[in-house]
Write a protein that binds this ligand. Structure first.
Ligand SMILES: Nc1ncnc2c1ncn2[C@@H]1O[C@H](COP(=O)(O)OP(=O)(O)O)[C@@H](O)[C@H]1O
Ligand SMILES: [Mg+2]
Length: 330
């Protein structure tokens, strides 16, 4: 695989797309290193799909430029198309066919002879945990199986860049983990993955770098660590048995965690947002120490948890307001 001298799979400068007077994508710059997973994180309506569709040559930009492995997405759209794939766009899965039939058909369409097409289908079904369901009609698949088949269909011919647009939205935690494993397999084989998501933890688990987008603009960019450093590593939530011990608990937590402790409206609840400079392991260690010290002081704790920062917390930290979705869909 030949990459640019810059090592970038995708480079975008000032990309714009308007629908009427709605600037859906309002001047986005992106630099996606080859061979990595790059996360584009933002709420519903932020402009993720529109941006990805322009990069995949499915929509023509109204302003700005972008290249995929050095090829201009407008001037050399054919070359770009030869390198990219987007789930659910190029490869449409037929609900009445079985998983194996769908993948074999698609492999035939990209030029494999029948035995090679069958072999490629079998290989993907196996890699994505669908061998048992291979002979079943797709309309009888669960949501998670369907999502995995969609991804398999989009990599029949290994693309250099794969666009995964919210691949886990609406999936249960187990199916989400299966999709994450698949993303890791794909990037392990050298494909650059651009993944859009509404979940910070998903971007954190998979991506080497993340761009946070809001109203068509990139409002933050960096490694997950850098992003969390501006947001906080997560929050410790505590509920006490007795409200009259809260002042004491507050002092204790403040001393151990060295951060401000918030008293919740609920008279037995406290929250402390951990400093973003601590690692996940560090956060867990601090939380464990806090719990031990509370017990040692004879303060009874009914409920204790360490939560990862959510997209809302990221938006609160970056924009001083929660993530607003343009369509009130969730
Ligand atoms: N084909 C279209 N016609 C008109 N408006 C659109 C179209 N596609 C998207 N939009 C609007 O552009 C904005 C960004 O949408 P989208 O890119 O789908 O966001 P996301 O994928 O982040 O949810 C939204 O306000 C959406 O309503
Ligand atoms: Mg979208």
């Amino acid at each position: 695989m030949v990459s640019e001298p810059t090592g970038l799979a995708i480079e975008a400068t000032g990309l714009v797309k308007t629908f009427g007077d709605n600037r859906a994508v309002d001047g986005i710059d992106l630099a996606v290193p080859a061979g990595t997973v790059y996360g584009v994180l933002g709420p519903n309506g932020a402009g993720k799909t529109t941006a990805v569709k322009m990069l995949a040559t499915l929509l023509r930009p109204d302003g700005g430029t972008a290249t995929v492995f050095g090829h201009d997405i407008v001037g050399e759209a054919d070359k770009v198309r030869g390198k990219v794939s987007m789930t659910g766009q190029y490869a449409s899965v037929d609900e009445d066919l079985t998983g194996a039939e769908n993948l074999t058909l698609l492999a035939r369409l990209v030029g494999h002879r029948k035995p090679a097409a069958r072999a490629r289908a079998a290989e993907l079904l196996e890699a994505f945990g669908l061998t048992e369901a291979a002979g079943r009609q797709v309309k009888k698949y669960s949501g998670g199986m369907r999502r995995r088949l969609d991804i398999a269909a989009s990599i029949i011919k290994t693309p250099q860049v794969l666009f995964l647009d919210e691949p886990t939205t609406g999936l249960d935690p187990r199916s989400r983990n299966q999709v994450w494993d698949i993303v890791r397999i794909i990037v392990g084989q050298g494909t650059t993955v651009l993944l859009t998501t509404q979940y910070l933890d998903e971007a954190d688990h998979l991506a080497s770098r993340i761009a946070v987008i809001d109203h068509g603009k990139v409002i933050a960019e960096g490694t997950p660590g850098e992003l969390k450093a501006s947001v906080g590593a997560g929050s410790v939530h505590v509920r006490l048995r007795h409200a009259d011990r809260r002042a004491e608990a507050e002092q204790l937590l403040n001393k151990i965690l060295s951060v401000e402790v918030r008293l919740e409206p609920d008279p037995v609840a406290l929250t402390a947002r951990l400093s973003g400079t601590v690692s996940d392991a560090g956060a867990a260690e601090q939380a464990a120490k806090a719990l031990t010290e509370l017990a040692a002081a004879g303060i009874t704790v009914d409920d204790f948890s360490l939560g990862q920062p959510s997209l809302d917390e990221v938006f609160m930290a970056l924009t001083d307001r929660p993530a607003t979705t343009q369509e009130e869909s969730r």
